[in-house]
Design a protein around this ligand. Sequence first.
Ligand code: FES
Length: 117
Amino acid sequence: MTLSEEGAGSVAAGFLRACALSELADDAPHRVELDGVPVSLVRTQGEVFAISDVCSHANVSLSEGEVENCQIECWLHGSSFDLRTGKPSGLPATRPVAVYPVKIVGDDVLVSVTQES
Ligand code: FES
């Protein structure tokens, strides 16, 4: 969702406040835990994405990796995951990671971890 699509309003059902939009620097992943689910929030190219913070290849935090071209790279073995789909672009990871819907309401970043997008 682009940053300008959502104005101030009521919190949508199923969405939890993850952090303030102002806390997110461009291309700097931000790890949060929502209902016990580790999530990496990434602000890049004018959008905010929420992706599982656990690599599908091993139990490694993706938020410690680098962001480039709408992908986040796992620091351990180098697989990159598309922030929009969660799909890996190369080995060794072969399975996608979950991506979650994001809403921006005012300065709040809201994420639903009960539905994968
Ligand atoms: S742990 Fe992420 S690619 Fe191996």
